[in-house]
Design a protein around this ligand. Structure first.
Ligand code: SF4
Length: 316
């Protein structure tokens, strides 16, 4: 049985009543859709560091580089308590096999970016990072992270989910035993996915894999993983996808009839013009891959990088 993706999450997004006012911030996409495909590892920094529920609300103060976490009315400074707890918690999370984290936006503890921080004049600026979120991201610089609000943007959602699934496959394929053969197999399957995100990384990673024998395995894997995560973080665009679709079409040069070629070109062009979503040309290509049993394309993760039920390629 395949392992489930484990995803860290701000506890209140799951609907648990852990907020300062005793409420929650349940996110329906997270619980009702994403929840079918991942196993959540909930983290509520404010409750877990011992501040209780309900509690006084708090905010960030000072400079964005070294903010303080202070209660809004009584001005109690919880910075040290939170930092000490967060440093221990991220060490514990090392053993959870997380493939990413979904943070609660705007929170002085859990917000990933643009959190309100009050300067010495008491004026808020959206330049802060939640105290736990910052320590988490510094500790796990390669892990995909997102916020609840940003996940409602279809492109950011697709990008985040593509990354967590890629990271899961990377871990599964390598397993405990590292081998150059496994890395080459992984790379081959992910070539077109990489090309759809970053032609530059596609070339660099191709060279790295071709030169695999000249590098100690440990160094090779860590370099590859950095490039993989960097590449997938760059968003796909219509132009990059069209390039990949045309590239795939080249594999059927001999098999497709003139009429089939024309139809595929038309469908790709409709996608390029924004009339149809990516799922349309992909479905047609998948049909040809199956019909003509194209061995290279049949292995390409690009054709199904995440479960179709998530409908991530259905927007035009
Ligand atoms: S935003 Fe973070 S600290 Fe606040 S309730 Fe949610 S999980 Fe807890």
């Amino acid at each position: 049985m395949k392992n489930m993706i484990r995803l860290g999450i701000s506890t209140c997004l799951l609907g648990e009543n852990v907020r300062y006012d005793g409420g929650h911030k349940r996110d329906r996409f997270v619980t009702d859709t994403l929840g079918h495909f991942v196993e959540f590892v909930p983290v509520c920094p404010e409750r877990e560091c011992g501040l209780g529920v309900p509690r006084e609300s708090m905010h960030l103060e000072g400079s964005p580089d070294s903010p303080r976490l202070v209660t809004s009315r009584t001005k109690i400074d919880h910075t040290e308590r939170m930092v000490n707890w967060a440093r221990k918690r991220v060490k514990e999370l090392e053993g959870e096999g997380l493939c990413g984290f979904v943070f609660k936006s705007n929170s002085p503890s859990s917000g990933m970016e643009r959190v309100r921080i009050y300067n010495e004049k008491g004026i808020p600026e959206k330049k802060g990072v939640g105290m736990f979120a910052r320590i988490f991201m510094e500790h796990f610089p390669l892990l995909p992270v997102e916020e609840d609000g940003r996940l409602h943007d279809v492109r950011l959602r697709e990008n985040f989910i593509e990354r967590i699934f890629a990271l899961m496959r990377w871990r599964e394929l390598l397993g405990d035993k590292q081998s150059r053969g496994k890395l080459v197999a992984f790379h081959t399957q992910h070539k077109l996915l990489l090309l759809s995100h970053s032609p530059k990384h596609y070339r660099t990673m191709g060279k790295l894999v071709a030169d695999a024998k000249n590098m100690p395995p440990g160094q090779l894997y860590s370099r590859y993983q950095v490039l993989l995560m960097e590449a997938l973080k760059l968003q796909t665009t219509v132009k990059k996808n069209v390039n990949v679709l045309q590239h795939m079409m080249g594999y059927f040069k001999r098999q497709l009839s003139t009429d089939e070629k024309q139809e595929l070109l038309e469908v790709i062009d409709q996608y390029r013009q924004g009339y149809t979503p990516l799922v349309v040309p992909i479905t047609l290509i998948k049909h040809y891959v199956r019909k003509y049993d194209q061995p290279y394309l049949k292995e390409q993760v690009y054709l199904t990088p995440h479960p179709v039920e998530l409908k991530l390629r259905n927007h035009a």
